[in-house]
Design a protein around this ligand. Structure first.
Ligand code: ADP
Ligand code: MG
Length: 223
């Protein structure tokens, strides 16, 4: 099955005695190699959905199947293994390892995904060139601009050659030219054959994708 299938998914967080229903019976499908924008205002449930599709957390009810794997039934250790091989995740605040250079960050991710020792460095170089950082591979994150750090994060997300790229507000902290650059790179990841889910509150940026899925107050809204 070459789809991401989200079926009747709800997610309830418990905060003390209070229950927050972050996702309410959400269902949709995404085809392999689609570039989807998941659009909604702050608090609408975008990050929750990204975490569930990336198997970083589990739904309270419902199922999620990613390219034939029922990830909602994976145990934690299996989920980690599955994620490292199959998913690349990009966050708003880059989350690069500050003590590693750009290329070391990408190599580490390739290693975790099980890429052979011989291949890792070659792959990391190619990916950093792909994101336009061929001349800055040996810099530490603190020596790079926000836009450049996010491009390293994209190279890192691609390091294990995952099928699925999840980007959670990757442009939120960047200026306009860098926002566009990041969305263009997500589009190029699609051209490499990846399935891309781009969570954003910015409808203008969402227009660069193939299709928009709108979410509001934990529910998918049509149109
Ligand atoms: N770990 C958590 N514990 C309790 N409530 C949470 C947690 N994470 C998110 N929420 C709540 O769930 C809702 C959806 O949040 P989130 O998925 O982060 O939305 P978005 O990414 O669209 O801003 C919000 O009401 C938020 O406060
Ligand atoms: Mg969020």
């Amino acid at each position: 099955m070459d789809k991401v299938i989200v079926e009747k998914v709800s997610k309830i967080y418990s905060v003390g005695k209070v229950k927050v229903e972050a996702l309410k019976n959400v269902s949709f499908e995404i085809d392999k190699n689609e570039f989807i924008s998941l659009v909604g205002p702050s608090g609408s449930g975008k990050s929750t959905l990204i975490y569930l599709i990336g198997a970083l957390d589990k739904p309270s009810t419902g199922r999620i199947n990613v390219f034939g794997v029922d990830i909602s039934s994976l145990k934690n250790s299996q989920a980690t293994k599955w994620r490292r091989k199959n998913v690349g995740i990009i966050f708003q605040f880059f989350h690069l390892i500050p003590t590693l250079t750009a290329i070391e960050n990408v190599v580490l991710s390739a290693e975790l995904a099980g890429i052979s020792k011989r291949e890792r460095v070659k792959r990391a170089r190619e990916l950093l060139e792909f994101v336009g950082l061929g001349d800055k591979m040996d810099r530490f994150p603190s020596e790079l601009s926000g836009g450049e750090q996010q491009r390293v994060a994209i190279a890192r997300a691609l390091a294990g050659d995952p099928q699925l790229i999840l980007a959670d507000e990757p442009t939120a902290n960047l200026d306009y030219p860098n926002k566009i650059r990041i969305v263009e790179l997500l589009n190029r990841a699609k051209e490499l054959g990846k399935t891309v889910i781009f969570a954003t509150h910015d409808i203008e940026l969402a227009k660069y994708s193939d299709r928009i899925i709108s979410i509001r107050d934990g529910k998918i809204v049509e149109g």
